[in-house]
Write a protein that binds this ligand. Structure first.
Ligand SMILES: [Zn+2]
Length: 285
């Protein structure tokens, strides 16, 4: 983004008169969706440094997550991804609780149960949501009308309203849904409007849609429906493509500067309950 903004240097000189495109320069970003499987921790930290990404929600096997958090302390929200396809399945709940209690984990997910055809209200997931609520950690879940090709993936297990009972059962649960459950816009709208404190969404892989207008149309609809305070930037890994993720939001001309700041930072800071001190530090104040 830095390079991109330099291209608009003349406008930057006009400082206060500029609105829109250049406003994100050097302001902090939170990436709510990173995986250990994509690239190395060095690649990831390099791109975070370049684009002032102050924190990333890191999802993967515990072994890899701990390797990354040891290599780059303070940069990640450490979180277990499960069920791992056909290998480890669901982690032992007591072992997992011990990791939270010890402070080694600060998030839960990405929960990928849809890839096994398991809906979010299935009994097998219940102890994990209870644990996330008990430990007061944010949860990332894949619920969408699409996903990587995997034979047991089921579209029907990704419908947003399947999450409703979970939210009612766990009123303190904070959960965010990958790609705002694209393309299940209506159900997602209803869910996010009724459960505003509990349900947020990331804008991650969809920012790399082959047709940019597909992403922008979906984002515009979410904004028009009053959900702009619940949307959070994410990359879904692939550090080399992070500039593309950022540019996809920067180029949304229908967004105000404030709405962009909300997506890049403010909403995640609120969802993650960053303190005023942490927020000030992220802004170098
Ligand atoms: Zn993911």
């Amino acid at each position: 983004m830095r390079h991109w903004v330099m291209g608009a240097g003349l406008f930057l000189l006009l400082g206060a008169f500029v609105s829109g495109t250049a406003a994100q320069d050097n302001l902090p970003i939170i990436d709510m969706h990173v995986h250990t499987a994509d690239g190395t921790v060095q690649d990831q930290v390099a791109v975070m440094d370049e684009f002032h990404i102050v924190k990333a929600f890191l999802s993967g096997s515990l072994e890899e997550v701990y390797q990354w958090t040891a290599a780059a302390p303070g940069r990640f929200i450490a979180s277990p991804m499960f069920p791992v396809f056909g290998i480890n399945g669901f982690p032992d709940i007591e072992a997992l609780r011990a990791e939270y209690v010890a402070g080694r984990l600060q998030g839960m997910g990405e929960i990928t149960s849809q890839y096994l055809g398991i809906p979010p209200n299935a009994l097998v997931l219940e102890p994990y949501f209870a644990l996330a609520e008990e430990q007061d950690v944010p949860v990332l879940i894949h619920m969408a009308g699409g996903g990587a090709p995997y034979p047991t993936f089921r579209l029907s297990a990704g419908r947003p309203l399947l999450l409703e009972e979970v939210l009612v059962r766990h009123p303190k649960l904070r959960i965010y849904v990958e790609n705002a459950s694209y393309p299940f816009l209506d159900e997602m709208t209803a869910l996010m409007r009724r459960y505003r404190q509990q349900v947020y969404a990331d804008l991650s892989t969809m920012t790399r849609a082959k047709q940019r207008s597909v992403f922008h149309n979906y984002l515009r609809a979410l904004i028009q429906r009053g959900l702009g305070k619940q949307l959070m930037f994410g990359t879904d890994g692939a550090p080399a493509r992070t500039p593309q993720n950022i540019e996809a939001i920067e180029s949304a001309s229908f967004l105000t500067d404030e709405q962009k700041r909300d997506i890049f930072y403010n909403n995640a800071a609120r969802f993650l309950r960053f303190t005023d001190e942490e927020i000030a530090a992220h802004h170098d104040r």
